[in-house]
Design a protein around this ligand. Structure first.
Ligand code: PEP
Ligand code: MG
Length: 799
């Protein structure tokens, strides 16, 4: 029989209905408040594979080297195609639709994958398979099939291979269950997930539970002593977003939480009492601590899922350890394999600018740099690697501490190399938390701002139990910190934020700052920069985990525009009224391929020379318009300090195309400040045409301009020694462009990495550039350097 009702299922039916199905059946049988529903059994999936004859092909295409990411992507794509393209047997179609009909009144249902190995105690597959909410009869069959296909995502294939599960023995069932239109929801660990103490940890946010589980919101966190029922800790988070059902479309959409509820406590003591009762009943039923997903409607609790907690060690022991300052770092947390030697090696780390930074720490100090939720127990010392773009994952070496806004599925291989994970966002059940625990890598999640506070190359010690990151690692000799007075481009010198030191040199040439992560805006603004010379939106987009097209398809245009508006306004607020130059999207297709929906990207031989920047935007006006809609909204909200910059233009035609799109989006180019990057020799040579097309400014993207002028791939280490931004050909193009622009009243700027180099600064000021935009850590030095060159020019003019 293809379909089984929850009340016919028990815990022993894992093989037939998967872990989730069996658990829900078991809970239903125990009279716990589980929404009604049925399961499309694993046998249906198996007979679908066999009757359509795709099984052999399927298991052979996924037999690949999972560390080869191109092969892994192709395998995932091909496997999913096989499942999605094969016809569903007629008998099964009827059976599913009839069962849905028996739920009565055409309800919205949740359609959840339930893999047969998913919820076993040793393999929490971390929500890898699909779940669809608010599904109706019209989409039900397709959603079931998509659940099956989700057994073959990159992440799932990678996991199974690494965990030693044979692809062909893992089956998948699909749970179809009445939706609970929750006003608040969350998760609950019936015992502490790190220590196993009889203390319940409850996380909760407004609306549907998806936001908590996916980590897109930092939830409230409550700790309740199960023995006396006392609420021991309440940490109320700033909950910016919530997931709700859109009344019109029935779809799950992300909404802003109204201002007055963002920092309101989601759960009252009474709610917690009820959850504790429920948690105890579940734990008692199973006899082991459980990780429970729950939802509430008008105070009534529903259980959505329960599974054993996989991370409690028999002898966690760590609870008895002393304070951070006393920690024995030689006995690092489980899985933290950094040793003294690698710590020493890392004492000299390379920062983002390629400069060598001496950041060796001494003994860990008591100073807590950031704190958050202790999501995965263990302690480890390592060097911070801030990962803010997918292509930066390669920078993560054995023994690094990954510091990132929020981990994504594709980060798993890098997370394995790391000794610790620190995230800005997410709760105890976010992807970061679950995967870190399973990989036994200590993790601190939901710190709020580690990417802004911690620095690349910084030596830190992470305590994944107490949720803290402190300065320094053990067994590395004390050495003086990098000299802040070094020349510009020294890279890695700590940004000086002391008010006395911040007395900023007054220069006629403006000195601005480059920015990618909105969370870093405060730090960037504290440099005293005259504005933001380049705000890249790529991070805001790729951190959504989906290509823009897929994101809009899944969440709607409004949600996508909201994301952009949110990120940009965070920066524009921080700098107001100083100008913030925001660049429209410029990610190469190989980066998009890493994201969900990336399979639709064109396969390119050389993505650097390919479908990116303005050429992609003009070719996909629909997607481009979402970005421009975000700008329009920002202007409507009064952010008149926002400027628009177009990347990778070649000539006036590109610029006029962009201008037309701006107008079509309701932005008046004559009223707003807008411009173009000079990143190709063509753009430099066509500078007059760009000026005539109406740009207010141009900005030299020397990273690209150098690679295209010298034919040196900027990412290719084999030719890295030939990557010379100060090459006479590059300087010639820049000098000529500045001259052409000055004659036409167009401002000039630089926002490539070379803007942080003293020689480039001298050259540009000599040539009469309007502004220079540097990395946050170089702003101070650039200011001083500019001051000195300007004084020299003045002196020369009067001598
Ligand atoms: C550049 O090319 O110099 C630039 C600033 O853009 P990106 O590094 O994002 O390509
Ligand atoms: Mg560029």
């Amino acid at each position: 029989m293809g379909v089984l009702w929850l009340d016919e299922i028990g815990a022993d039916d894992v093989d037939a209905v998967g872990g989730k199905g069996a658990s829900l059946g078991e809970l239903t049988g125990a009279d716990l408040p589980v929404p009604s529903g049925f399961v499309v059994g694993a046998e249906s999936y198996r007979s679908f594979l066999e009757s359509t004859g795709i099984d052999e092909d399927l298991f052979s295409v996924v037999d690949v080297d999972v560390e080869d990411s191109a092969a892994l992507s192709e395998a995932a794509e091909r496997a999913q195609e096989l499942i999605l393209d094969a016809p569903l047997p007629a008998e099964l179609r009827t059976e599913i639709i009839d069962a849905y009909g028996d739920l009565g009144d055409d309800p919205f249902v949740a359609v959840r994958s339930s893999a047969t190995a998913e919820d076993l105690p040793d393999a929490s597959f971390a929500g890898q398979q699909e779940t669809f909410l608010n599904v109706t009869e019209a989409d039900l069959l397709e959603r079931v099939r998509e659940c099956w296909a989700s057994l073959f995502t990159r992440r799932a294939i990678y996991y199974r291979q690494k965990q030693g599960f044979d692809h062909s023995i893992v089956d998948i069932a699909v749970v179809v269950q009445r939706m609970v239109d929750a006003d608040r929801s969350g998760v609950m660990f019936t015992s502490h997930p790190s220590t196993g103490d009889p203390r319940m940890v409850v996380e909760s946010a407004w609306g549907l539970g998806e936001a908590v589980v996916s980590g897109s919101v930092s939830p409230d966190n409550y700790v309740v002593d199960r023995e006396d029922g006392a609420v021991e800790e309440v940490t109320v988070a700033d909950k910016k977003v919530m997931h709700v059902k859109d009344d019109e479309t029935g779809e799950t959409v992300e909404r802003q939480v109204p201002e007055d509820r963002r920092e309101e406590r989601v759960l009252s003591d009474e709610h917690l009492d009820a959850l504790v009762d429920l948690g105890e009943a579940v734990e008692e039923h199973y006899g082991t601590p459980q990780d429970v997903e729950w939802a509430m409607v008008d105070g009534e609790i529903h259980m959505l899922q329960s599974r054993p907690i996989t991370t409690i060690e028999g002898e966690s022991g760590s609870a008895s350890e002393g304070a951070l300052g006393d920690m024995d770092l030689d006995s690092q947390g489980a899985g933290a394999d950094a040793d003294t030697e690698s710590g020493d090696e890392r004492a000299s780390a390379t920062d983002g600018s390629g400069a060598v930074t001496d950041q060796s720490g001494g003994d860990p100090s008591d100073e807590v740099l950031v704190s958050g939720l202790g999501a995965s127990p263990g302690k480890a010392g390592g060097t911070v690697t801030i990962v803010d773009q997918l292509d930066e994952l390669d920078r993560v070496s054995e023994g690094d501490v990954i510091v990132t806004e929020m981990t994504m599925p594709d980060m798993v291989p890098a997370m394995k190399r790391a000794v610790g994970i620190v995230t800005d966002e997410g709760g105890m059940t976010s992807h970061a938390a679950i995967v870190s625990r399973e990989l036994e890598v200590p993790a601190v999640v939901g710190t709020g701002g580690a990417t802004a506070t911690l620095e690349d190359g910084q030596a830190v010690t992470i305590d994944g139990e107490r949720g803290m990151v402190v300065e320094g690692i053990a067994d590395v000799e004390d050495e003086p910190a990098a000299d802040e007075t070094g020349a510009a481009g020294g890279g890695g010198a700590p940004v000086d934020t002391s008010p006395a030191e911040r007395s900023k040199p007054m220069t006629a040439t403006e000195v601005k700052v480059n920015l990618s992560i909105p969370e870093a805006a405060e730090r960037a603004a504290s440099t005293g920069a005259d504005g933001v010379g380049l705000l890249r939106v790529e991070h805001m987009v790729t951190s959504l985990g989906k290509t823009p097209e897929r994101y809009v398809e899944d969440h709607g245009e409004r949600a996508y525009v909201d994301e952009l508006v949110d990120g940009i306004s965070t920066v524009a607020d921080e700098f107001y009224p100083r100008p913030v130059r925001v660049r429209t999207l410029d990610a190469p297709t190989d980066e998009f391929r890493e994201l969900e929906g990336g399979e639709d990207e064109p396969e390119e031989h050389n993505p650097m020379l390919g479908y990116r920047g303005i050429r992609r935007s003009l070719d996909r006006p629909e997607s481009f318009r979402y970005e421009l809609a975000a700008f329009r909204r920002l202007y409507e909200k009064g952010y008149d300090n926002v400027e628009i910059m177009f990347p990778l233009v070649n000539d006036a035609e590109d610029v006029l195309g962009a201008r037309r799109e701006m107008e079509a989006a309701g932005i008046d180019p004559d009223k707003r400040s807008w411009g173009a990057m000079i990143e190709t020799p063509a753009a430099a040579l066509c500078a007059e045409g760009l000026a005539d097309a109406g740009v207010d400014f141009v900005s030299f993207g020397t990273n690209d301009l150098t690679q295209y002028t010298l034919a040196v791939d900027r990412n290719n280490s084999a030719v890295a020694d030939r990557f010379d931004e100060l090459h006479p050909a590059v300087l010639n193009l820049i000098g000529e462009t500045i001259r052409a622009c000055r004659e036409r009243g167009v401002e000039t700027s630089i926002c490539g990495q070379a803007g942080s180099k003293p020689e480039m600064v001298e050259f540009l000021v000599d040539e009469g550039v309007t502004s220079i935009s540097a990395n946050a850590d170089a702003v101070r030095d650039v200011q001083r350097r500019v001051e000195r060159v300007e004084q020299r020019l003045l002196l020369e003019s009067v001598r």
